[in-house]
Design a protein around this ligand. Structure first.
Ligand code: GRF
Length: 230
């Protein structure tokens, strides 16, 4: 009698990094992350979308994508700390190992930030460390800088501070308005946030000495605005 054929075991997909996305508004960066995570080979999955605002437009988009959503309204809490404790325990229960802030408009205390040190990333619409804070597109136009862009970084207690994972840079055009510039920056935000999440989820980002070091960074190129004319 011949031996039965060996059972074929399908190759096991590597575990995907469990991610919580925190929003307060329209959630277009969240949508970019949802789209990335929908790719079968993407190394991360969204386990919860949390909003501190019950009316955040992004909540419907997350629900439409079949994701678990949670509203933790900061107005329901007496203090920043008690709000953050509720947030922290929801995140722990969800199994999230990384937080992606995506237009989350609440300042977080250093206690919370340290709990999630090197496990929380943010997207900001400027080339950090320039133009921290709000209204970046207006301020860039006022300053007359020739380039603008966006940054994904690890979160530190100081606002819009922390090791930089990815940036996109684009030229400021002479006839730009805050809206036109902001719209072009947003397109780049939607490109670099999934890229940065991929790098982190693949374990290719190491934080050392306040800098995020990336395994195999892309080759060196230069962008000059206005361009040289020969
Ligand atoms: C984005 O410009 C992001 O960089 C900033 O807040 C905005 C959020 O937009 N932190 P959205 O909610 O992702 O559409």
């Amino acid at each position: 009698m011949s031996a039965p054929p060996p059972m074929s075991v399908p190759p096991k997909a590597p575990p995907r990094l469990k991610v919580a996305v925190l929003i307060s508004g329209r959630g277009s960066n969240m949508e970019a992350l949802i789209a990335a995570c929908a790719e079968p080979e993407f190394p991360a999955e969204i386990v919860t979308v949390v909003s501190n605002r019950p009316d955040a437009k992004g909540l419907d988009k997350a629900r439409d994508a079949g994701l678990t959503t949670k509203v933790i309204d900061h107005k329901d809490f007496q203090s920043r700390e008690s709000f953050e404790d509720a947030l922290h325990s929801h995140l722990e229960d969800s199994g999230a190992k990384l937080i992606c802030l995506a237009g989350f408009m609440r300042l977080l205390t250093s206690r919370f930030v340290e709990r999630w040190r090197d496990r929380m990333i943010n997207i900001h619409p400027s080339l950090l460390p320039s133009f921290k804070g709000l209204h970046t597109h207006e301020r860039v136009l006022e300053a007359g800088t020739r380039f603008h862009g966006c940054t994904v970084h690890f979160v530190r207690p100081e606002m819009d501070d922390g090791p930089i994972i990815a940036q996109a840079c684009l030229p400021v055009m002479p006839n730009d308005t805050p809206d036109s510039l902001g719209a072009r920056v947003l397109v780049q935000e939607h490109r670099i946030y999934p890229l940065a999440l991929r790098l982190v989820a693949e374990g290719k980002v190491i934080v050392r000495g306040g800098r995020a070091l990336i395994d195999s960074p892309p080759p060196d190129t230069a962008l000059v605005n206005p361009p040289f004319s020969d």
